[in-house]
Design a protein around this ligand. Structure first.
Ligand code: BES
Ligand code: ZN
Length: 480
């Protein structure tokens, strides 16, 4: 290791307390993109990020991405996207880093043991919404850069950052913005890195080369103009709720097979080489089951099948019913309108628009079969394409070296079942390799109660980022 890099890594160790305090500041801002009332918090978070970027001498632009159309027909402004730039030395490589500032909803009453918007240190972990998804990793990048500067060292690569605040709601407006910037802000990028996923387990670091896409759908059923008393109207009217439950029940069987005809037709075939990859992955389905806290897996004890079901086959999940009575206790109501929400995770080579058409047709056919006199409408939600990258690329090699230097083990190569809608857009618009370099681990509980990042991953992850910047600077531009 070079003496300079050793100094950088030493700075990161020495500043653990400050880095934790910075994360505390970020977690305190409850910028939940799904809560429309928290838009002022989204602006506060943008300001928080800008204040950190300024200290590091980044120049920045705040880019407006227009209005968000709400389901009731009203519109509210989307939070802006930050474009930030540090350095433009033609002799250096230019790295694009993407991250998201927004977080998932969280309430103490959901069953948290810690205040979700107060970063709480408990033993080895830092608990709080956004700690691992994605405020911790975003700060990790900024701290890695700070570590070079505070040692009086040049940051070894030019950096461009895109920080958005709507990722958890499908990155509305971002794709259009980036398309316009193909020959603008995105020009001259050599490599792209995103730290917005997790290790496959709790021991081994990972580099990730695949994500599933998403097709989110709403199915709305309306039976009248107002909610009714079930004692007065029950038995005499055709209710919306049984129709919706019947419709949702047509989507997936008890074994988890998706019932939509044609949905498996476009799934990339599995060849022998790919099959082998799953055998080699270090993953314990029983540990996965116990982390998830579920009673059963679809393929108990089967490592390969469990991984394939997460990474290379589509899955359908039913998320909720809007308009249905969901509070504790009992209420004798007949809801006038209910909206079922479900999504399909998409895999190579599925196209979200084609899958949406299949789902639409299937739901309409089923509705005819149901023969109800109520009104059924299928509404598409957000769509995102799956993504795969070449993992034998120098970008991955640089990340592997950095990871091994810090964690003293070789990383494993993984895919993910989740989605980061903008990943493929970066790959297509820049024509460059995209790497997912996770900071957190499998049991961090992103989107769940008691989301956390361990202090170890937060600090060692920051060191991996710093070492990766150094490794990228050593790559030959013509190989990229
Ligand atoms: N960090 C996740 C993406 C992710 C999830 C990576 C699981 C690896 C495993 C990201 O913040 C996220 O949750 N994305 C949404 C996107 C959706 C709203 C389009 C997701 O996957 O549900
Ligand atoms: Zn995320």
């Amino acid at each position: 290791m070079s003496g300079d890099l050793a100094k950088v890594l030493g700075y990161i160790d020495a500043n653990e307390k400050t880095f934790i305090a910075n994360l505390k500041g970020a977690v305190e801002i409850a910028n939940v993109s799904a809560w429309k009332d928290s838009r002022p918090e989204c602006m506060r978070m943008v300001e928080y990020a800008v204040s950190k970027l300024k200290v590091l001498n980044f120049t920045h632009e705040i880019r407006d991405v227009g209005m968000q159309k709400m389901e009731d027909g009203s519109s509210i402004p989307l939070p802006p996207v930050i474009f930030a730039t540090l350095g433009n030395d033609p002799a250096k490589k230019t790295l694009m880093i993407y991250g998201h500032l927004d977080v998932q909803p969280a309430k103490m009453s959901d069953g948290w043991s810690y205040e979700p918007f107060t970063l709480t240190e408990d033993g080895p972990n830092l608990y709080g919404r956004g700690s691992t998804d994605d405020k911790g990793p975003v700060l990790g990048w900024l701290h890695a850069i700070e570590a070079y500067q505070k040692n009086g060292l040049p940051v070894p690569v030019n950096i461009k950052m895109v920080l958005e605040s709507m990722e958890e709601c499908g990155s509305e407006g971002l794709e259009e913005l980036l398309e316009k910037e193909k020959n603008g802000f995105l020009k001259g990028v050599d490599l792209v890195t995103i730290s917005d996923n997790y290790w496959l387990g709790t021991e081994k670091p990972c580099l990730t080369y695949g994500l599933r896409g998403l097709c989110y759908m709403h199915v709305e059923i309306e039976c009248g103009t107002k909610d009714l008393h079930s004692g007065v109207f029950g038995g005499a009217v055709e209710e919306a709720m049984p129709d919706l439950i019947w419709m949702l029940n047509q989507l997936i069987d008890q074994k988890g097979q998706i019932l939509i005809p044609g949905i498996m037709d476009s799934v990339a075939p599995l060849d022998e080489d790919e099959k082998k990859l799953y055998q080699e992955v270090d993953f314990c389905p029983n540990e996965f089951k116990s982390d998830a806290g579920v009673r059963s897996l679809r393929c108990p004890g089967n490592k390969e099948a469990t991984l394939m079901n997460r990474w290379r086959y589509p899955s359908l999940s039913i998320h909720g019913i809007e308009g249905a009575f969901a509070d504790p206790g009992s209420k004798t109501v007949i809801p006038r309108k209910v909206i079922g929400k479900f999504s399909v995770r998409l895999v190579p080579n599925q196209d979200p628009v084609e899958i949406e058409k299949l789902i639409n047709k299937y739901l309409n056919d089923k509705w005819t079969e149901r023969g109800s006199n109520n009104k059924m409408t299928v509404l598409p939600g957000h769509l995102g394409k799956p993504w795969m990258a070449k993992y034998n690329h120098p970008n991955y090699q640089a990340a592997a070296k950095a990871t091994e230097l810090i964690y003293k083990v070789k990383p494993q190569y993984t895919r993910e079942g989740g989605s980061i809608p903008i990943t493929l857009t970066f790959q297509e618009l820049t024509g460059r390799n995209v790497l997912l370099l996770p900071m957190g681990q499998s049991d961090d509980g992103a989107h769940s109660q008691n989301e956390k990042i361990s202090k170890r991953n937060y600090i060692l992850g920051t060191k991996v980022f710093a070492a990766y910047l150094h490794e990228v600077s050593l790559l030959d531009k013509k190989d990229l």
